[in-house]
Every structure is written in structure tokens, then in C-alpha cells.
Design a protein around this ligand. Structure first.
Ligand code: HEC
Length: 202
């Protein structure tokens, strides 16, 4: 049986089962059968319709879905945290805190933590509020070296209302915050008047 014959036969048997209906319209002699859409096409269409509704709900209405950029940023932050934790092997010193201080991305994370934990007393720009201005060059405790700052942040000054963060935060968080205060030294943001003893610029 030739290919043509078999083709004709299957067309015949189809016609017997359900005669193809021609639609009314005609364009330049071309007419169209009223055939149903293939099943696979209908399934893909229905599938993508429901998928788009679920997608819209998940990402746009419920806000449970995170954008690719947000997931990436979260992963990167965790990676920075892990990397920073390696510095816990070194003792607290100007050098080890200085390394954290020069890591710009890490200091951005620290800024967020500062906003949560420290800004209520020291102001959003570290300009001082209940606690002293951290951007001037005067220090009540020590002389504003990174180790001095670390000691105050870690131990607090309980009698004066500065909490001992070493008891509330993880060791790396305390180091990060001390380094962050280091980045604010000498920026001289207008705010609370200097307290303590003025020291030469760090
Ligand atoms: C509940 C209020 C409060 C919070 C929260 C707070 N501080 Fe303080 N902080 C103070 C006060 C008050 C002082 C001044 C202590 C004194 O007079 O001896 C101080 C002092 C300091 C000093 C020493 C300043 C100097 O001149 O010697 C540093 C550094 C410091 N805080 C950093 C931080 C950091 C970092 C955080 C967040 C982890 C923080 N503080 C959160 C109230 C607070």
C-alpha cells in the first residue's frame, strides 16, 4: 500500500466516524474545517492558564515568593557571614576588626543590624540620642580604637544604660558592630554634642 493510499484510507475512516464539517466562511477559495483543537494543545493551554494564576497569587498577591535577586542577596549575605566567622579564629585586635571594617558588603549588613539594635539609642546616623554621638572624635570610654569600641559594645556600661551586647548577640555580630562603629568615627554627623575626651582623628 502506497503512502498516498494509506493516507486516503485513514481520511476515509475518519470521515466515517465523524464527518468533517466545513465552516461557512471562504477566503479566496480557501475554506476551513471545524475541527476541534488537538488535545495536547488544549492541555498546554489550560495548564499555562492555571499556572499563571498560581504564579500571580504566589509572587504578586501573597508576597511569599521571593524574587531571584532577593534569594541571591540572601545567599550572598550568608556567604559573607560564613567568611566573617573565619575571623573569630583570630583574637580581637585592631587588625582583625580592621579587616571586617574594610569589607564594604559586610559593613552594609552590619548597618542593618545597627539600625535594629543601636539606632534607637544612638540615632539612625549614629548622631547620638540617648546614647552619645558615635561620629565625633570624643570618647567616654577609651580612645576610640577598634578594641576600645569592641570592649564597650561587648561589656556595655550597665550603670549608664548601654547594654552588654556580648550577652545578647553572637560573637561575630558584636565584632561586626564594633567594626561598623569604626566606620562612623570622625564623620562628625551633626547631633548630640561631643561627650568624654576628645582624641586626635583615628
Ligand atoms: C538602651 C540604649 C542603648 C542602646 C540600645 C545602645 N547603646 Fe551604646 N550607649 C548607650 C549609652 C547611654 C552610652 C553612654 C555610656 C556612658 O555614658 O558611659 C553608650 C555608649 C556607647 C559607646 C561608647 C561611646 C563612648 O563615647 O565611649 C559605644 C561604642 C556604643 N554605645 C555602641 C553601641 C552599639 C554598637 C550599640 C548596638 C549594638 C549600642 N551602643 C546600643 C546607650 C545605648
Amino acid at each position: 500500500m502506497s503512502v498516498n493510499e494509506s493516507h486516503e484510507r485513514s481520511a476515509e475512516s475518519r470521515a466515517a466516524a465523524a464527518p468533517d464539517e466545513l465552516l461557512e466562511h471562504e477566503y479566496d477559495g480557501i475554506r476551513e474545517y471545524d475541527n476541534p483543537l488537538p488535545k495536547w494543545w488544549v492541555w498546554i493551554f489550560a495548564g499555562s492558564f492555571w499556572f499563571s494564576l498560581a504564579y500571580y497569587f504566589h509572587y504578586h498577591l501573597s508576597h511569599n515568593g521571593q524574587t531571584v535577586a532577593a534569594v541571591y542577596e540572601e545567599d550572598m549575605q550568608q556567604a559573607r557571614e560564613l567568611q566573617a566567622k573565619a575571623s573569630l579564629a583570630e583574637p580581637v585586635s585592631e587588625e582583625s576588626l580592621g579587616k571586617l571594617m574594610s569589607d564594604a558588603a559586610l559593613m552594609k549588613d552590619a548597618q542593618v543590624l545597627y539600625g535594629l539594635r543601636c539606632a534607637p539609642c544612638h540615632g539612625g546616623r549614629a548622631e547620638g540620642l540617648i546614647g552619645p554621638n558615635l561620629t565625633d572624635s570624643s570618647w567616654i570610654h577609651g580612645t576610640g580604637t577598634l578594641s576600645d569600641i569592641f570592649a564597650v559594645v561587648d561589656q556595655g556600661v550597665l550603670a549608664k544604660g548601654m547594654p552588654a551586647w556580648g550577652k545578647q548577640l553572637s560573637p561575630i555580630e558584636v565584632r561586626k558592630l564594633a567594626a561598623y562603629v569604626g566606620t562612623q568615627r570622625g564623620r562628625a554627623v551633626p547631633g548630640k554634642a561631643p561627650e568624654g575626651t576628645a582624641v586626635a582623628e583615628q
